[in-house]
Design a protein around this ligand. Structure first.
Ligand code: ZN
Length: 473
């Protein structure tokens, strides 16, 4: 105790302030936490200038702009198709996945009209095979609405919001049973379509639109094995797009617990790079930063335990993709043939949906897409060097961009969830972080536009230094 007092007078002063004299005799929890933190040497040792922080882009989407009624109307139309199981009929206008497709196309067409023709509606037909198509090629269709980016280079970068319009009863081979699929996943389709309405409207009012391209997707085949989104990954590659980010909305309409609306969960996988999170994790952080911690509950795992979704094929391809899902799922309402058993009602009906929650999710998706599509391209080749020296060196490259203000160099304690801005750099190349150890923090870089929009952060990868060990025989 005497030693500690002599070597760290600040600690003692803190203890007196927070806990009074008692702290010298008994444990004092808050002061204890503080003292441990203060006993690490400062890094860097000199005070650093406050970084330049540009305000985020103006014109944030208002919650009141969300058209909850038209979202619900589309969900009701989809439910009225009876089933939308992907292996049911694609040619029956009143029942099956073809019925679902027709309603989505009709709604996108309406939205396209009021976008001044900017929004392009595409029906993408393909075949896919899985155990759940009896290992035979089955016809599938995805519906896309595309809002082309206004920037020549950035228009090849695409940001996607997607829901799946197929549904399933208890038996994923049963084309006769009803499968209303209101929450799973007409809700996600409604979010995608409402995002199209909100963002194409803003793009149509002469205010310049978005730099990157936006894709509003409603895919099929999810319940037969993520077939529509797997196909979408290939389709995008074939069209020459770079995926800037993919937001998968699946089961985003219900919030039955007391105190609703709650935060939506946002799942992101870890990735497989040592000491460095996946692009999906960085996308999740970007979405949380845009929409706020009161709106987004980050979950650092690829999906719910033992479950899968349409972000997964993107994630496995190394692309940034995340999943939005409601806070507390009711399994009586998922993948269940409608019925009453033992007094319990099973089935995924629209009556269980919570319009306020679903509207929040639509707003959060659309605002995230808006800011990401307004941002400059993310930096590339972000590296961290300077091991076994007093200074960390962060380097990256980026193409010329007259609408970019510069770059934020981000850092965080290795145990910390979120990035903070360490410094601002006007140009790409190398920035030396004087007196900052390479070892105690993670680092990343992101681009910042003159408009304040930030790209997704790119974590720095380390140079690979061989770790000594026994010689392999
Ligand atoms: Zn689903």
């Amino acid at each position: 105790m005497t030693n500690r007092r002599a070597s760290a007078p600040a600690d003692v002063a803190f203890s007196f302030l927070t806990c009074g004299l008692l702290s010298l005799m008994v444990a004092c929890a808050p002061a204890f936490g503080q003292r441990v933190a203060d006993r690490d040497p400062a890094e860097p040792q000199q005070k650093v200038q406050k970084p330049r922080i540009l305000p985020r882009p103006s014109g944030a989407l208002a919650r009141a702009a969300i058209d909850e009624k038209s979202m619900r109307a589309l969900i009701d139309q989809l439910v009225a198709c009876g089933t939308r199981l992907s292996i049911a009929s694609w040619s029956d206008a009143s029942r099956g996945p073809g019925c679902g497709r027709d309603h989505i196309v009709a709604r996108f067409d309406e939205i396209a009209k009021s976008s001044g023709g900017k929004l392009q509606v595409v029906v993408d037909k393909f075949e896919a095979t899985s155990v759940r198509t009896s290992n035979k090629p089955a016809p599938m269709e995805n519906v896309y609405a595309i809002l082309p980016g206004t920037d020549q280079k950035l228009s090849k970068t695409i940001f996607i919001v997607s829901g799946h319009f197929d549904s399933r009863p208890s038996d994923d081979q049963d084309t006769k049973a009803d499968a209303p699929g209101a929450d799973d996943d007409a809700s996600g389709v409604a979010v995608s379509v409402e995002s199209a309405r909100l963002l194409s409207k803003a793009g149509a009012n002469g205010k310049g639109g978005y730099r990157a391209t936006l894709l509003f997707a409603a895919v099929s085949g999810e319940e037969q094995g993520l077939l529509g989104s797997t196909h979408l990954v290939d389709w995008l590659k074939e069209k020459g797009y770079t995926v800037g980010g993919m937001l998968d909305d699946d089961i985003v309409g219900d919030d039955p617990a007391l105190g609703a609306p709650h935060r939506v969960r946002l799942f992101s996988g870890n990735g497989e790079i040592d000491d460095c999170d996946s692009p999906s994790r960085e996308l999740a952080r970007a979405v949380e930063e845009i929409d706020g911690r009161a709106a987004i509950r980050l979950v650092f795992r690829v999906d719910r335990y033992g479950r899968g979704g349409d972000h997964y094929p993107f994630y496995k391809a190394g692309l940034p993709a995340v999943r939005f899902t409601e806070p507390l799922e009711d399994y009586h309402h998922q993948h269940q043939t409608p019925r009453t058993e033992g007094g319990v009602q099973y089935g995924d009906f629209a009556k269980y949906l919570n319009a306020a929650f679903l509207g929040n999710v639509a707003r959060d998706n659309a605002e995230a897409l808006r800011q990401l599509a307004l941002a400059p391209a993310a930096p590339v080749n972000a590296r961290l060097t300077g091991a076994v020296t007093p200074d960390a060196k962060v380097s990256w490259s980026a193409e010329e961009d007259s609408e970019r203000a510069g770059f934020e160099i981000l850092w965080r304690e290795t145990t910390e969830t979120r990035w903070s801005v360490y410094t601002f750099a006007e140009s790409a190349g190398e920035t030396v972080l004087k007196g900052v150890s390479t070892d105690n923090h993670f680092f990343a870089v992101r681009s910042v536009g003159n408009n304040g929009a930030r790209s997704v952060a790119v974590p720095t990868e380390m140079e690979h230094r061989p770790i000594p060990g026994p010689t392999k025989q």
